[in-house]
Ligand binder design. Structure first.
Ligand code: ACK
Length: 913
């Protein structure tokens, strides 16, 4: 009975009472099949000998398992030779049963498994030898292990029997499933326990098939798969279809094509439509043809153009192909741009040009040629009066352009028209603007966008032809300002804000000027005082000139140390040059000589077109001389006074630019001037301004403007920054303050800064926030630059390189100088906006302060009784109330502007006046 109490068949033996038992049981012949190693599982019960009385010598508790390999069965009747059998193992029971178990009907079943192998013959027998135990053999299971057939990576692997040696694997190649192909040979390894290990390689579904589960399924109609691989079937691309299953590609619809190099995955395309908007521009030497791309590119990006040229009769008929003299730049065929320049055409002839649009599928099928035609008479050739158009700067929404007129002496240009459009829009629509000067700022543009510009000039004879197209891009919103860009932006602000008259500009200007970085100096200035022997410094930096080469012609002025003369210098191998000669008068002390030559030691280190050039010194004979380049117009302050009102704003800005450039050079090499003033600038006959008068402390001793300060130094108060006056903190930033004063001197044609105010009053009013007002006729942009130079906080003043680039932009955009301070009317909106500010309590105080007290009655008689009431007065109003002297009119109007600007300055600097 089994454990469930069901009857079972067993083989039993229980001869435990008799000695020397040798009982055999043998299986039938078992075919080996693919097995190399077999497993035998035995289930049996065994009686505990101790539980049987009187069997102690004869009872056993084990039996033997044996096998015998043969290639064929021996037949049922064949003799059974126990010697043929090899022992596999002695089998003992883990569980043996007793009488009690029997009584209790408990089945103590044992299961034992033994491996046998390698087995080579075709089959084998198993045998069981009993030597005196009480056993019941319940079942015998004989089996072998294999790796079962499987599908992996779209490859099929067959049943595989492992090696007998359990440490080596069987490598098995897989076969791709139907409609799949090998990528890398698919392989698996069969392990000893019948497990598949280490999958390698794979198969992929063939063209027209895709993987679904572990098979390759065909692509349906309307789908295709062009490549074998792990990809899905795709829908047919536009203008193509597939009608059958398993398509490798989709076929183009009627009138659509694929070029030979188009991959089968691309959409089918068609030839383009004709080019559009074909226009021409002609001048004496060049015919400029331009068009816009076809409205239908056929779905392709490889549109190109061919140009055909025909020379036609007067009626536009009887055309024949142009001869080879006519040239096309860059080429007549295969153009990828939408323009071409035609050259070497014949004058007074009608030409017809055809522009053909082509793409990669033109010429496939029977499509018609797509042409645009234009007829041009070379009679129309008018000169283009505009040369290369340059971009001066760009902001996010504006681009400033300038160009040069081409040489056309007989064509006086009235104005220019600028046509522009977004390049992407390709002339679908365009805007235009006009300007009288050869520069323009185009506003209202989109950021980071490419625009195309054409410029043409208008003369009395009508319009010239347009310039060729010039493409420029507006600024990028995301980019932070570069140093240069900040100035460009600042310039836009100057222009835009000056136009609308906003005072907030000054604050913005200030912010941008804060973004300044010093230029690395190329060479460094060496203070001659650091030489033990000052004459050594002179000889290091200044050439000794033989006095026989100097010819003194005239005395032109008197210096601290002696006369200043003009004359000529002969340099061997060069032509004579005009020079100024500073002399040291006789009877000098050694200290005077040293101080005199000190200037040469300094000047000799400089090499810049805006710094007075030292030609050399005469030290070895008397008189001692310093020879410098001659400046025809002498010092700037007297020169301007002599030519009051004679120059254009641009000329004045040009002078300021020169001075700033010289100062930039000095600050770059680390030289602080300390006495920058118009009287120390010299002017040549081309209005080039050069910085002169070097020598540090000596300069100040020498300068009649220099006054003693409380700290004991001698300082030109009106030109000097407050920190230099207060504690002798001289720096390039204090030079920048002085430069602002020079700007004011220049723009007022040599007016004395702060007029007749005493030095003490100047110091106090500066401390209280007062700044010089803009001189009459001064552009807003320049006065604002002055105010920036006069910032109390010296680190906030512009550096000279900033000033130079700012002035350069103004020069390039003269329209930015058109807004004058007197045009800007931006008084605070309401009295509450005014801080407890006015500098003057009454009209009388104010007129006293500007030394115009004599006009008090004129103001009062005309009804101007409060400071508020004068704020909007113009020069005409001032004239009308009886101020007839021009100089007085100017002073009064300047001061009124100052009142307005002071308000702004107070707000901006936080000064409390
Ligand atoms: O105002 P000015 O004519 O210009 O008078 C003074 C005078 O000499 C005394 O300094 C003139 N001066 C100085 N250096 C030069 C120079 N390099 N070229 C021409 N004039 C000069 C200055």
């Amino acid at each position: 009975m089994d454990e469930h109490n069901r009857p079972i068949h067993t083989f039993q033996v229980c001869h435990v009472m008799e000695p020397n038992q040798n009982n055999w049981l043998r299986t039938n012949w078992i075919p080996r099949q693919a097995a190399q190693k077999i497993y035998v599982e035995l289930r049996f019960t065994l009686r505990d000998c101790n539980s049987i009385p009187w069997v102690s010598g004869t009872c056993k508790e084990t039996f033997n398992l044996l096998y015998f390999e043969t290639d064929e069965p021996h037949g049922a009747t064949a003799h059974f030779h126990t010697n043929d059998y090899a022992k596999i193992d002695t089998i003992a029971a883990d569980e043996s049963f007793t009488q009690t178990d029997l009584g209790d009907r408990v089945l103590r079943l044992n299961t034992e498994v033994r491996e046998v192998g390698p087995i080579a013959r075709k089959g084998f027998y198993l045998a069981f030898q009993d030597v005196g135990a009480c056993i019941a053999l319940v079942s015998v299971r004989v089996y072998y292990k294999k790796c079962p057939s499987t599908l992996r990576n779209l490859a099929a692997f067959p049943d595989t029997v492992p090696r007998v040696d359990s440490s080596s694997l069987v490598e098995v190649r897989g076969a791709c499933v139907e409609n799949a192909e090998e990528r890398d040979t698919p392989r698996l390894y069969c392990g000893a326990d019948g497990d598949w290990l280490v999958p390698l390689g794979r198969c992929v579904c063939s063209i027209g098939y895709e993987e679904i589960f572990i098979t390759c399924s065909v692509c349906g109609p309307g789908f295709y798969k062009a490549f074998a691989g792990n990809i899905k079937c795709s829908k047919c691309p536009p203008h193509s279809s597939s009608h059958t299953e398993g398509s490798a590609q989709c076929h183009c619809e009627k009138n659509y094509y694929r070029a030979s190099k188009d991959p089968p995955t691309t959409a089918c395309t068609r030839p383009p439509s004709s080019p559009r908007n074909l226009v021409f521009n002609i001048n004496e030497t060049a015919l400029f043809l331009e068009w816009t791309p076809p409205s239908d590119t056929g779905g392709r990006k490889d549109v190109s153009y061919n140009v055909f040229c025909f020379r036609c009769g007067a009626d536009g008929q009887a055309c024949e192909a142009c001869n080879s003299n006519v040239r096309f730049v860059p080429k007549p065929t295969g153009l990828t741009s939408t323009s071409v320049v035609v050259q070497d055409f014949v004058a007074h002839v009608n030409y017809t040009f055809q522009i053909e649009a082509l793409n990669g599928v033109s010429g496939l099928g029977r499509s018609e040629r797509q042409l645009a035609n234009i007829t041009v008479s070379t009679e129309q050739a008018g000169p283009s009066l505009v040369g290369v158009v340059r971009k001066d700067w760009a902001s996010q929404t504006s681009i400033a352009l300038s160009w040069q007129e081409t040489e056309q002496p007989h064509a006086a240009i009235l104005d220019y028209e600028i046509k522009y459009y977004e390049k992407e829009q390709e002339q679908l629509s365009y805007s235009s603007t006009r300007t009288k000067s050869p520069s323009v700022i185009v506003t209202g543009l989109k950021p980071s966008t490419v625009y195309a510009f054409h410029v043409r000039a208008r003369t009395l004879a009508g319009y010239s032809s347009y310039s060729p197209k010039f493409e420029f891009t507006t600024g990028d919103e995301s980019k932070s300002f570069s140093k240069n860009a900040s100035f460009q932006y600042l310039l836009v602000l100057v222009i835009v804000t000056a136009t609308v008259g906003g005072f907030s500009l000054l604050i913005i200007l200030t912010l941008f000027l804060l973004i300044t970085v010093p230029f690395p100096g190329l060479k460094t200035y060496i203070d001659p005082d650091t030489y033990e022997d000052p004459s050594q410094a002179v000889h290091e930096f200044a050439k000794e000139i033989d006095p026989s080469r100097i010819r003194i012609e005239r005395v032109i002025g008197a210096g601290e140390f002696g006369e200043v003369c003009s004359g000529r210098l002969r340099i061997p191998g060069k032509k004579e040059i005009p020079v100024a000669i500073k002399t040291l008068k006789g009877g000098y002390t050694e200290r005077q000589r040293r101080d005199f030559l000190r200037e040469a030691s300094i000047m000799g280190q400089f090499d810049n077109p805006n710094i007075i050039r030292l030609e050399g010194v005469v030290t070895k004979s008397r008189p001692v001389m310093i020879v410098v380049e001659y400046m025809e117009n002498g010092s700037l302050d007297s020169f301007l006074r002599k030519h009051d009102g004679h120059f254009t704003v641009i000329q004045l800005v040009g002078m300021l630019r020169g001075i700033a450039s010289g100062m930039m050079y000095l600050s770059d090499i680390g030289y602080v001037h300390r006495d920058l003033a118009a009287r120390n600038i010299l002017v040549d006959d081309n209005l080039v301004c050069k910085v002169s008068d070097f020598g540090l402390s000596r300069v100040l001793e020498d300068d009649p403007e220099a006054a003693y300060t409380t700290t004991g130094g001698k300082i030109p108060i009106r030109w000097t920054a407050p920190e230099a006056i207060a504690y002798r903190k001289f720096s390039s930033a204090s030079d920048a303050w002085s430069y602002g004063i020079v700007m004011w001197e220049v723009m007022s044609y040599g007016e004395r800064p702060y007029w007749e105010m005493s030095n003490q009053d100047v110091i106090l009013s500066i401390e209280e926030g007062y700044r010089l007002p803009a001189p009459m006729g001064c552009p807003v942009a320049l006065h604002q630059l002055m105010l920036l130079c006069w910032q109390k906080e010296r680190s906030r003043r512009p550096q000279f390189n900033d000033v130079v680039s700012f002035l350069d932009k103004l020069i390039r955009n003269p329209s930015s100088l058109l807004t004058l301070v007197e045009d800007v009317n931006s008084f605070p909106e309401s009295p509450e906006d005014m801080p407890d500010y006015p500098l003057f309590i009454s009209i009388g105080d104010w007129l006293d302060s500007i030394k115009m007290s004599q006009y008090k009655n004129n103001f009062i008689a005309a009804g101007y009784t409060t400071l508020d009431s004068i704020s909007t007065m113009t020069i005409d109003d001032v004239r009308r109330i009886g101020v007839s002297l021009i100089g007085h009119q100017r002073r009064i109007v300047s001061s009124i502007q100052a009142l307005r600007l002071q308000f702004l300055h107070v707000q901006q600097s936080g000064f409390h006046v």
